[in-house]
Design a protein around this ligand. Structure first.
Ligand code: FES
Ligand SMILES: [Fe+2]
Length: 429
C-alpha cells in the first residue's frame, strides 16, 4: 500500500478507535488489530510497533530545555551619531511614542513573537512589526538576527540584499552591517566614517520551540527584561504545533476575539471543535496574578469555554481552552497559546500554539493526527476568525458592548493603563 494511503487509513482507524473511547496503548492496539490496517513494515500491531510508527510518521517538534525567565543580552536602540544626515529615525520615533501611538501600534517594553522559526533562513527576510521595518536572517551559527530594515547609506531595504559571512550586505552599493547594526565595510569607499559605527537599530532576539521573539524597548527601557514564557512552552508535559499567519485588522481586535468565548457558539457554531454546547450563557471574570481568566458560567471543556490573559510585564500571551470531541484521543482539551504582534495599524501577526497535555507516544500520536485531520479542523476555525476580523472597521470601532464583552473591556483598560505609564516614563527620560 502506498505510504499516503497507509497514513490516511491509519488516521481514520485511530479516529474511530478514539471515538469509541479508547485512550491507552493496549486498547488502541486492540482496536488496530480489528481495523484491517496492518503496520507498514508488516507483522502485527504491538505497543512497540505502534509507538515506532507514530514516531516515524509524526513531525513532533523538539522542545529543548529553556529556563524561564530567560535573560537575553545585547541589542538595544541605535545611537544617533549625528553623522548620517537625518540620524536614526527609529530611535527618535521610539522616543516620540505616546499613549495613542502605543494603543495604535502596540505597547513597548515587551517581548513579541516576530516570526515562526521556519520563516527565517540564511536569506534576509523583511517584516513589519509594531510599525517598524525589520530584517531577519540566520548567521553562520544559525542564530536568528534582527536589525532595522534600512541601509545606513541611502535607506534602501537591507532585506533585498544578501547574507555574507553571517552579516548583511546591501544590494545597492555593498555596504555591510552586522547584527548589532554596526557598519563593517563600505567597499566603494573604505575610509568612510560610517565604518565601525552602530548606525541602525538592532533587536535582541530569542528563538524557542518553533518561534522567534524580539524585544521592543523604548528609550527608558532599551535593555530587554527577562522573557517569561508560558508553562506550555517550557514543560515537557505539553506539546503542540505552531500556526502563524498575518491577519487583516487592528491587533486589538485579535485580543478582543480571544477574550470573547461566546463567539465560538456562533461564528464557529458548525465546526467540529465548537458545535457542541449551549448558545446562551453569561461570562465570569476572575483576576489572576498577571491578568485575568474569563469563563462561561454554563459549561466547561465543551467548546470554547475558558480563556486567560497574561501580561507578566515583559511578555503578553493568552490561553484559550477548547474541549475536544472524543475523536481527539488522549491529551484533554486543546489549549491554544496565543501571542499577538501588531504589524501596523491595519494588520496583525498571530501566533497560535495548538497545545495538548501530551508527552512521549501521546505527543507523537497527537502530531500524527494533527497532520492528517486536526490541522484542517483548526485551520477552518481560524479562517472564520480571520474573515470576521477583516470585516471589522478601522480601529477604534463604533460599538455597544454587553455582558459577554467584560473580557475585552478588561484588556482594553489594561492596555490603556500600561500605555499611560509608558508615556509618562518616556516623558521623564
Ligand atoms: S544604499 Fe545600501 S549601500 Fe548604498
Ligand atoms: Fe474564534
Amino acid at each position: 500500500m502506498p505510504e499516503d494511503r497507509y497514513e490516511a487509513g491509519l488516521c481514520d482507524a485511530l479516529f474511530g478507535i478514539f471515538e469509541g473511547g479508547a485512550r491507552e496503548l493496549p486498547e488502541i492496539v486492540a482496536g488496530l488489530k480489528e481495523s484491517g490496517i496492518d503496520p507498514h513494515g508488516g507483522g502485527e500491531w504491538t505497543d512497540a510497533v505502534l509507538c515506532g510508527e507514530l514516531a516515524r510518521l509524526s513531525d513532533t517538534p523538539v522542545k529543548t530545555r529553556c529556563p524561564t525567565p530567560v535573560r537575553v543580552e545585547g541589542g538595544g536602540p541605535a545611537r544617533d551619531t549625528g553623522e548620517t544626515g537625518n540620524g536614526t529615525a527609529a530611535a527618535s520615533a521610539t522616543a516620540g511614542h505616546r499613549v495613542d501611538d502605543l494603543l495604535k501600534l502596540g505597547l513597548r517594553n515587551r517581548w513579541y513573537g516576530i516570526a515562526g522559526s521556519h520563516e527565517v533562513t540564511d536569506k534576509p527576510v523583511g517584516v513589519t512589526r509594531l510599525g517598524e521595518r525589520i530584517v531577519l536572517w540566520r548567521d553562520g551559527e544559525g542564530t536568528v538576527r534582527a536589525v532595522e530594515d534600512r541601509c545606513p547609506h541611502r535607506g534602501i531595504a537591507l532585506s533585498i540584499g544578501s547574507v555574507a559571512e553571517g552579516n548583511l550586505r546591501c544590494r545597492y552599493h555593498g555596504v555591510e552591517v552586522d547584527s548589532d547594526g554596526v557598519v563593517l565595510r563600505v567597499p566603494a569607499f573604505p575610509e568612510c566614517p560610517m565604518v565601525g559605527r552602530k548606525m541602525i537599530q538592532s533587536y535582541p532576539t530569542f528563538e524557542h520551540y518553533q518561534m522567534v521573539w524580539a524585544w521592543f524597548g523604548d528609550d527608558a527601557h532599551p535593555e530587554p527584561a527577562p522573557l517569561e514564557l508560558p508553562e506550555e512552552l517550557t514543560s515537557p508535559d505539553w506539546s503542540g504545533p505552531l500556526h502563524t499567519n498575518v491577519w487583516k485588522g487592528h491587533f486589538q481586535y485579535v485580543y478582543d476575539n480571544i477574550a470573547d468565548p461566546m463567539h465560538g457558539s456562533y461564528l464557529h457554531g458548525t465546526t467540529y471543535m465548537q458545535e457542541r454546547g449551549t448558545r446562551v450563557d453569561r461570562m465570569k471574570l476572575a483576576e489572576t496574578a498577571h491578568g485575568f481568566e474569563l469563563f462561561r458560567e454554563g459549561q466547561k471543556e465543551t467548546s470554547f469555554d475558558w480563556m486567560e490573559f497574561v501580561d507578566t510585564g515583559s511578555t503578553i500571551y493568552m490561553r484559550a481552552k477548547i474541549g475536544f470531541p472524543p475523536g481527539g484521543g488522549p491529551g484533554g482539551p486543546l489549549c491554544i497559546v496565543f501571542c499577538v504582534t501588531p504589524v501596523d495599524e491595519t494588520e496583525t501577526k498571530i501566533f497560535a500554539y495548538r497545545f495538548r497535555n501530551v508527552s512521549g507516544w501521546r505527543s507523537d500520536l497527537y502530531h500524527f493526527m494533527y497532520k492528517h485531520r486536526f490541522r484542517a479542523f483548526m485551520d477552518a476555525v481560524l479562517a472564520q476568525d480571520e474573515m470576521a476580523l477583516a470585516a471589522m472597521p478601522a480601529w477604534p470601532p463604533r460599538e455597544n458592548l454587553y455582558q459577554h464583552d467584560i473580557g475585552l473591556a478588561r484588556i482594553r483598560r489594561h492596555f490603556r493603563g500600561q500605555a499611560e505609564a509608558q508615556a509618562e516614563a518616556l516623558a521623564a527620560v
